[in-house]
Design a protein around this ligand. Structure first.
Ligand SMILES: [Zn+2]
Length: 240
């Protein structure tokens, strides 16, 4: 556009060809960034989908995995809340902005590390399409949660391609109500928001005891195109 800007490298750029470098963004502290689009040599060859994982994103834990692991929610807010309150009461606008920027950085760092770990460990990644409507109380909390989840899913998708893993976003309707063991929709299942507090339940059909979120993660994997032992994923599995 005829303007010249001086920039410094906050990180080294990949070797590949720069496609575009004309877009700027600014963080809450007022720092300006130059966004650079780079053509990255295509992806590793797709791996055989041997190890699959289903991921249920949530509020209490950031994620539950179908293999039974849970990844705790970041303590970003609780840690920063006190400091934020002090700064707000004192009317220190600069400090408030700095704390917000710090939180955003930590969140993004957490998402980056976790998504990298997952695409390296698993060949097939199925993640639920959760959104915060009806889950969070305030619209502020909703937008923060949604932004975090969609950012994380985007990270997973592009890193999966880069590492030759498979990625699928799965409609997670009923994923926390169906028994992942026998496939029934038993009477004993947790139902809707009223039963959000139920962490464990037993399937009245088969007697299997479930952790609510791990069961959801298992169903998300079951609903995906991943089929253990099959060379190619099945696409277009109908919803449960
Ligand atoms: Zn069952």
């Amino acid at each position: 556009m005829g303007n010249t800007f001086r920039v410094f490298h906050s990180r080294t750029l990949p070797e590949e060809k720069i496609k575009d470098g004309s877009n700027f963004s600014r963080d809450s502290r007022g720092n300006w960034f130059l966004n650079i689009v780079i053509d990255v040599a295509c992806a590793a060859e797709a791996r055989q989908p041997v190890k699959g994982v289903g991921i249920d994103l949530g509020l209490k834990d950031f994620a539950a995995l179908s293999i039974g692991k849970k990844i705790g929610a970041q303590r970003i807010y609780r840690d920063a809340e006190a400091a934020l309150a002090v700064a707000q009461r004192a009317g220190k606008k600069k400090r408030v902005k700095a704390i917000h920027a710090q939180m955003a950085n930590r969140r993004s760092d957490f998402h980056h590390k976790l998504s990298t770990r997952l695409v390296k460990e698993f060949d097939y990644i199925a993640v639920g399409n959760v959104n915060a409507a009806g889950l969070a109380r305030t619209s502020m909390a909703k937008s923060v949660l949604d932004a975090g989840w969609s950012f994380f899913r985007t990270q997973l998708a592009y890193k999966a391609v880069k590492h030759g893993a498979w990625f699928e976003e799965v409609n997670e309707a009923f994923s926390s109500q169906v028994c992942s063991d026998c496939g029934a929709l038993p009477d004993s299942r947790p139902k809707g928001i009223a039963d959000l507090g139920i962490r464990n339940w037993m399937c009245s059909d088969c007697g299997c005891v479930h952790d609510r979120d791990v069961n959801a993660a298992k169903n998300i994997l079951n609903k995906s195109g991943f089929r253990a032992g099959h060379g190619t994923p099945v696409v277009g599995i109908p919803a449960l």
